[in-house]
Design a protein around this ligand. Structure first.
Ligand code: ARG
Length: 251
C-alpha cells in the first residue's frame, strides 16, 4: 500500500513536471513580454525578481496577466528603442515598459487600456534655481533617447543631450555636466531618493499627463482582449494601486 502511494505520487510529480514543461496544464500557451529593465519602479533587475531577475510594477502586472489567462510568461530585456520593432517582427508578443501611449506609437502597434498615469518632471539641484520648465531655456538638459521626455524637450526647443539610460543622465547631473534631467515622475522619485542633493521640480502647465499602456502587434486582438480584461480587473480590485504603493518611493 505504502509502495503504491509512492508510485502514484511519483506519477503525479512527472505529470505535473510535463505540464510545466509543455506549458499546458489547462493553459493556453505563453506570452513573451519585451521590456527595458532600466526604469525603476516599473522594471529593474533584482536578485530575486518577480519573474527571474526582473522585478517591478510592470513585471508583477505581466505575471498576473499570465496567471489570469493560465499562460506562461517570460521576459525579454532589450533597449527601449528596440521594443516596438521587436513586437512588429514577432520577437516578443507584447511590450510592457512603462510605455506612454502616444499617437505616433499607436500608428505602428496597438495599445491596451491605460494602466498608470504619469507626467514628466524636472530633476535638478536646488542651487540651479530652476523652478519651472521655462527656467530651462538657458540651461542644458539630459534626457533618455527615445523616451517621451526627449520628445517633450525637443518640442520645447531646449538644449539637450540624449543618453541610453536614466542612470547615465543622473550621473551627468550629479557630476555637473548638465543642469537638469527630464524623465517620468515615478522613476524620477526613485532616482532622487537614491541620490542625495537632487530635487524634483514639477510643472503641470508645461508637461501633459501621460498614460502607460501595454503594446501588442497591430491586429492581435486576441491577446489584447486578454490583456485588457486582466488590466481592468487589476484596476478594479486595486491590485495596480497596491503595486504602485509597494514599489514606489513614498512622497
Ligand atoms: N514613459 C516613457 C516613454 O514611454 C519612458 C518609458 C521608459 N521605459 C523603460 N522601460 N525604459 O517613452
Amino acid at each position: 500500500m505504502k509502495k503504491l502511494t509512492k508510485i502514484m505520487a511519483m506519477a503525479m510529480v512527472s505529470i505535473l513536471a510535463m505540464a510545466a514543461l509543455t506549458g499546458c496544464g489547462g493553459g493556453s500557451g505563453s506570452i513573451k513580454f519585451g521590456t527595458n529593465a532600466e526604469f525603476p519602479p516599473f522594471e529593474f533587475i533584482a536578485a530575486n525578481g518577480v519573474i527571474g531577475e526582473y522585478d517591478g510594477i510592470d513585471i508583477a502586472i505581466a505575471k498576473k496577466i499570465g496567471e489570469d489567462n493560465n499562460m506562461d510568461v517570460s521576459i525579454e530585456n532589450m533597449e527601449f528603442d528596440s521594443l516596438l520593432v521587436a513586437l512588429q517582427n514577432g520577437q516578443v508578443d507584447a511590450v510592457i515598459a512603462g510605455m506612454t501611449i502616444t499617437e505616433e506609437r499607436a500608428e505602428s502597434v496597438d495599445f491596451s487600456i491605460p494602466y498608470y498615469r504619469a507626467t514628466q518632471v524636472i530633476i535638478t539641484k536646488p542651487e540651479s534655481g530652476i523652478k519651472s520648465a521655462a527656467d530651462l531655456s538657458d540651461k542644458f538638459v539630459a534626457v533618455v533617447q527615445g523616451y517621451t521626455g526627449e520628445t517633450v524637450i525637443i518640442d520645447l526647443g531646449l538644449n539637450y543631450e540624449s543618453f541610453k539610460k536614466g542612470t547615465e543622465c543622473i550621473m551627468e547631473l550629479v557630476n555637473g555636466k548638465c543642469d537638469a534631467v527630464v524623465i517620468d515622475s515615478a522613476t524620477a522619485a526613485k532616482y532622487v531618493a537614491d541620490n542625495p542633493g537632487l530635487i524634483i521640480v514639477e510643472d503641470e502647465s508645461a508637461f501633459e499627463n501621460e498614460e502607460y499602456g501595454i503594446a501588442v502587434k497591430k491586429g492581435n486582438t486576441e491577446l489584447l482582449n486578454k490583456i485588457n480584461a486582466s488590466i481592468q480587473k487589476m484596476l478594479d480590485d486595486q491590485t495596480i494601486a497596491e503595486l504602485g504603493d509597494k514599489y514606489s518611493v513614498a512622497e
